[in-house]
Ligand binder design. Sequence first.
Ligand SMILES: [Zn+2]
Ligand SMILES: [Zn+2]
Length: 376
Amino acid sequence: MSTLELRAALQRHPELSGAEHETAALVAAFMARLRPELTLTGLGGASLAFGFGDASTGPTVLLRCELDALPVTEAELGRPPAGIGTAAHRCGHDGHMAIMATVAEALAAVPPRRGRVILLFQSAEETGAGAAAVVADPRFAQLHPDWVFALHNLPGYPLGAVVVRAGTFSCASRGMVVEFAGRAAHAAQPETGCSPAAAMCQLIAEFDGLAPRFQDTGELAFATVVGARLGERAFGTAPAQAAVFATLRCESNDTMARMSAHCEAAAARLASDSGLGVKIAYEDIFDATCNSDQAVACIRRVAAPLKLVPAPEPFRWSEDFGRFTARVQGALFGIGAGTASAPLHDAGYRFPDELIAPAAALMLRIVADRLAPGAE
Ligand SMILES: [Zn+2]
Ligand SMILES: [Zn+2]
């Protein structure tokens, strides 16, 4: 099977985050033929890692790609989603896997003379759960990478252009769920109950007014209220329950910790003022992806034959690769998918096959740079 045939097969079997079993099987079958020195399957769930070279002779460089596709909505299908066909590769992860497969073929043909390369095919990037699960798997510690690199295709940039940034490349974000619990009453005597309506509205205003408090350092930091729920459509009943859903987003993990603490305190204060119970939870937690200066310098060096595009500010979206850069020096960078490409996650998006060869060559130059004798 060629890498293009692999990509076509992956496209025919798009799977949702955490359920990439067919995808993992296709990758495992493709890689088995290349006889890597190390194969780990079921890493933190459905992730797989393959090693080429010998860690005792030099550093270990880890390259990551993603396995998951995105859900196709009921509105698009015209019926409730069910079974195969309910997911689609609209983030280009199928293309990223084809790039890694191309890198694997090259490493199998000419193994590293010094050090080792780990190719990580990671599950569940879209939910932020996959990288966390890989890092939590005890077998990840045994891989002890010295460097971590990943790329993401970026529509809107010239095809093959390399988009780099030192420091934060993509923002930290997390979904915050605040639930207020009061006491229902007859709508004719609301004063005998305890309604969370006012606390809910004030909390929404608090989220909306959050940005100026945390942008003092010039850092991007804000909350987006994505939903709220209050009571029922029952005109005889004053409500007992309310919930607010907001996404917190900022450039650094430190600011995220401060924003979260501030919002938790505000929710607790509003609950206490109204005599309500409060429950707070987080979902879809992404660290900021912070690129090391040395890793970025390496990318700039080896990408020199290609068009280099600096990113003046961090991308607002999040990537769970931040879990790796929080532990190991490295970088996430972008590679242009073409200025005419539909945006990521859009129904009209397609990964351009023309990117596979230059992106794989770039990854191999990064590996060669980091494994060269005398490389810092
Ligand atoms: Zn995505
Ligand atoms: Zn993606």
